[in-house]
Design a binder for this molecule. Structure first.
Ligand code: SF4
Length: 449
């Protein structure tokens, strides 16, 4: 093999992309290369991209433009683009940005080390964007680093739902679940390495197992993970409301390590818009799921995604979304203005809204959500919460930071010995995006489970 390269990975987009980058980093290290946090020191830069919104794509275009001067200064530098934009734009990226040497699609991230070797042997530029039957890049276990408390675990790839606004099924391919045994082994390895919390990742984890054909389901997977020794907490994301079964909701009571937080994208509160979005549930059915979740697991945090200004959304439709928010009172929400994504059904719909209308609706909706988030956070003031400490706070070297079981960030005075431990913390103040806590003087450390 040729001499080791210094590689640098830039990641855009969701947790799945961050996790894909972690796995790619591990594959490159296993190939003998060395990671650097400095772009200018790198001989290989990989940009892992996201196409969910136009804004994310524009950021990557601007970054690739900037890399031109790096390439001029160091002609041996290898620039690779992978992920959703690689899948979408394929060879166009190389044509538009001649400084790009390699484009790898969503099913080809694991091939990057071998493709880099081909480039170093004089081939190129290379474009690999075929969809494959199974995606071996998923499930590469990076050894947990010192002090690493939480880890992501991909349990499935792709999506079969074809929501009208979404590019994921077009760019990540059809749904495919990993075998249950492989996931369990990965989590056991993580737990043995000191990881206390795993977040299971998939576009629609509720339908886990459907492609395996052996009767394995998501509730069964949760029950098996619950038995992994040393692990304290289980989280998952993302859930589709139409597939949120009673059996899965009941897991919030019966699976002891499953934390009381669910991210359940609603997208709209208007039945007419939900139908146009191809979401296959109604606003009433959504509210029914939340009510059941709160009966089974009082105190569960419910967060969501909402799109405003979907094609054809009237003021009445928008008011229906606000009404649903008032009925549910989400603990948090990611909200966005609809943006056209080529190739999706909604891009061909009529009734596209003016940017100013979308902007005004988004501002109104976000103000309401901020109010709800504060209201929900204030309910926790004065309570003792179990916090898994992840590290030092970014804002103060005297504070540590961690999360409650309901996924709220808590900052409180602490020290290095607390990292990786689960502590009882009294919540003294609710803030907009986090909570302030303090350790009760005479109470013992508790361990979840
Ligand atoms: S469920 Fe809908 S929004 Fe989520 S990834 Fe699949 S198509 Fe996209």
């Amino acid at each position: 093999m040729s001499a080791p390269l210094h590689f640098h990975i830039r990641t855009f987009g969701c947790q799945m992309n961050v996790h894909d980058s972690e796995q790619l980093g591990e594959l490159l290290r296993r190939s003998g290369h060395v990671e650097t946090s400095r772009e200018r020191k790198a001989d290989l830069i990989v940009v892992n991209t996201c196409s969910i919104r136009r804004k994310a794509e524009l950021k990557v275009f601007s970054l690739l433009g900037r890399f031109r001067s790096l390439k001029e200064a160091n002609p041996a530098l290898i620039i690779a683009v992978c992920g959703c934009m690689g899948q979408k734009f394929k060879g166009e990226l190389v044509e538009q940005f001649p400084q790009v040497d390699l484009v790898a699609g969503t099913h080809n991230i694991d091939r990057i080390p071998a493709l880099v070797e081909r480039l170093r042997n004089g081939e190129g530029p290379l474009v690999e964007t075929d969809f494959r039957e199974s995606v071996p890049s998923i499930g590469v276990v990076a050894p947990p680093g010192p002090g690493r408390v939480s880890a992501w675990v991909t349990i499935m790839q792709g999506c079969n739902n074809f929501c009208a606004f979404c590019v994921v099924p077009h760019l990540r391919g059809r749904e495919e679940s990993r075998p249950l045994g492989d996931i369990l082994r990965e989590i056991e390895t993580l737990s043995e390495g000191g990881v206390r919390e795993v977040t299971l990742l998939g576009q629609n984890v509720n339908s886990y197992g459907a492609t395996l054909g052996n009767g394995d389901t998501f509730p069964r997977l949760l029950r098996e993970i619950d038995a992994v020794e040393g692990l304290e907490r289980i989280r998952f994301t993302t859930s589709h409301p139409k597939d949120l079964s009673d059996e899965l909701i009941d897991c919030f009571r019966s699976v002891k390590k499953l934390c009381g937080h669910i991210h359940l994208p609603v997208q709209s509160g208007s039945d007419r818009i939900l139908e146009r979005m191809n979401r296959r549930y109604t606003a009433a059915a959504y509210v029914d799921r939340v009510e059941r979740l709160r009966r089974v697991c009082p105190g569960i945090a419910v967060t969501t995604d909402i799109i405003v200004g979907f094609p054809g959304e009237t003021d009445e439709d928008f008011r229906a979304t606000l009404a649903l928010m008032k009925a549910v009172k989400f603990d948090g929400a990611f909200s966005f203005k609809y943006s056209v994504r080529e190739g999706t059904a909604a891009s061909r719909f009529d009734g596209h809204l003016d940017e100013r209308v979308k902007g005004a609706r988004l501002t109104e909706l976000q103000a309401l959500q901020e109010h709800h988030t504060m209201e929900r956070n204030r309910l926790i003031e004065g309570r003792l919460e179990e916090v898994l400490v992840e590290g030092f706070s970014r804002n103060s070297g005297n504070d540590v930071t961690g999360r409650t079981r309901s996924n709220r960030i808590v900052n409180f005075p602490g020290n290095a010995a607390m990292i990786g431990r689960t502590l009882s913390v009294r919540i003294v103040e609710a803030c907009a995006h986090s909570l302030r806590g303090e350790r009760p003087g005479n109470e013992e450390v508790t361990h979840a489970g």
